[in-house]
Ligand binder design. Structure first.
Ligand SMILES: *Cc1c(COP(=O)(O)O)cnc(C)c1O
Length: 405
């Protein structure tokens, strides 16, 4: 008789977005005809840009001809894409990342969940709180997090770094020493960023402690301020302590087409001098068979002059929504942050309301859906996430409704 992986059985109850989905469904059923606007889930709404669609069509046609047909993609991803990434995301910023240090994948979620596999079982992880749930849950599945305390929402073997108003939603160096540090900037869910000299402190700390930083830069394209780093490799010494994860989802609308990449520098070695690069290559080759050719071709089109102009326009559209939310709610007396270098607005719930109570209040009184901060970790309690990924019209309407509360 088979038994299941104990680690999976430790995962706490219902997933945040399914709980939200159920509550919204129940409300809709009880109130037919009500128009509910969602500023909740982190998915884009604008269609793929014309330059990307054009390249997709061409690549599909290439698949129809014997001379241009493509089977399995190379393990690390097509060279045309890795070269373009190395040039435009790194070299153009004065950063040396070689094309063979870039591993093309089907997205940042799977990479950020899978990367923990190459670290030893007893590695101690540190995460920001609130946190993108994938980092913790993937380590729970790997049996690395100890026991769960339902009352506090904390795992015994995880080092939590609270990000709250008092520290500008930026984590402080932990008191206990971690082996693996997860950082995500611009941040989901808070929308906060840190400046280059602050990130440098993390790089120095990781090098000093022999820790590795897993840097999730999925929102890099939303950075609007000059002193915010676009890649962790802008910091001196990052090649010996940092892995960077990127995605085409939020900058170019690939949430449904799937494309991302992970950078593992060859200088990154464990305490015994073993390079991670070779192990990640081995893992990639064993458990992954490549992102589709047509999607990688479309990914290259994101970097073409037209692709860049068109995706920049989409980002500007979302960031205008962010401004509508930020200004509208600030004028209505709400305490808001984020929304400047990220498509997320982090709102303090009024009158000390719990974040789930505020969720119900907003759904029932304004017919607007957001995400309760508590769903991202204990330090998210008392906060609420709104996203700028809706249409402009819906965003304006939602803000007007919230103002009237
Ligand atoms: C959306 C998101 C991702 C997931 O990106 P995909 O490439 O679509 O898997 C990764 N990290 C963070 C923080 C995100 O918000």
């Amino acid at each position: 008789m088979f038994t299941l992986n104990d680690n999976y059985l430790k995962l706490p109850g219902s997933y945040l977005f399914s709980t939200i989905g159920r509550k919204v469904r129940e409300y809709r059923e009880a109130n037919p005809g009500t128009e509910v606007i969602s500023l909740g889930i982190g998915d884009v709404t604008q269609p793929l840009a014309p330059a990307i669609i054009k390249r997709l069509h061409e690549a599909v046609d290439e698949m129809a001809k014997p001379e241009t047909f493509k089977g399995y993609a190379p393990d690390l991803g097509y060279e045309f894409l890795r070269n373009t990434i190395a040039d435009q995301d790194y070299k153009a910023r004065g950063v040396e990342i070689a094309p063979d240090e870039i591993f093309v994948s089907d997205g940042a979620k799977s990479d950020s969940a899978n990367i923990q596999e190459i670290f030893s079982q007893n590695s101690r992880i540190a995460v920001c709180d609130p946190v993108y749930p994938v980092y913790v849950d993937s380590n729970v599945m790997a049996g690395r997090t100890g026991t769960y305390d339902a009352a506090t929402g904390l795992w015994s073997d995880v080092i939590y770094m609270p990000c709250r108003e008092e520290n500008g939603f930026a984590p402080e160096l932990p008191k206990e020493t971690p082996d693996i540090i997860y950082l995500c900037f611009p941040n989901n869910p808070t929308g906060a960023t840190i400046k280059k000299e602050e990130l440098q402190k993390w790089v120095d700390y990781a090098n000093q402690k022999g820790a590795v930083i897993i840097y999730d830069a999925a929102y890099e394209a939303y950075i609007s301020e000059d002193d915010v780093p676009h890649t962790i490799y802008e910091c001196e010494g990052a090649r010996t302590c940092a892995i960077e994860i990127r995605s085409f989802s939020k900058n170019a609308g690939f949430t449904g087409t799937r494309l991302g990449f992970t950078v593992v520098p060859k200088d990154l070695k464990d305490v015994n001098g073993v390079a991670l690069h070779g192990l990640w290559a081995r893992r990639h080759g064993t458990k992954f068979n490549g992102a589709p050719y047509i999607i990688q071709a479309a990914g290259e089109a994101v970097y073409s002059p037209e692709g860049k102009a068109q995706t920049r326009e989409q980002i500007a559209y979302y960031m205008n929504n962010a401004k509508v939310i930020l200004d509208g709610l600030a004028n209505a007396g709400y305490q808001v942050s984020g929304g400047v270098n990220a498509p997320y607005i982090w709102l303090k719930t009024p009158d000390g309301m719990s974040s789930w109570d505020f969720f119900d209040h907003l759904l029932q009184q304004a017919n607007v859906v957001g995400t309760p901060g508590a769903g991202f970790g204990p330090s998210g309690e008392g906060y609420f996430r709104l996203t700028a990924f809706g249409t402009y019209e819906n965003t304006v309407k939602a803000v007007e409704r919230i103002k009237k509360l």
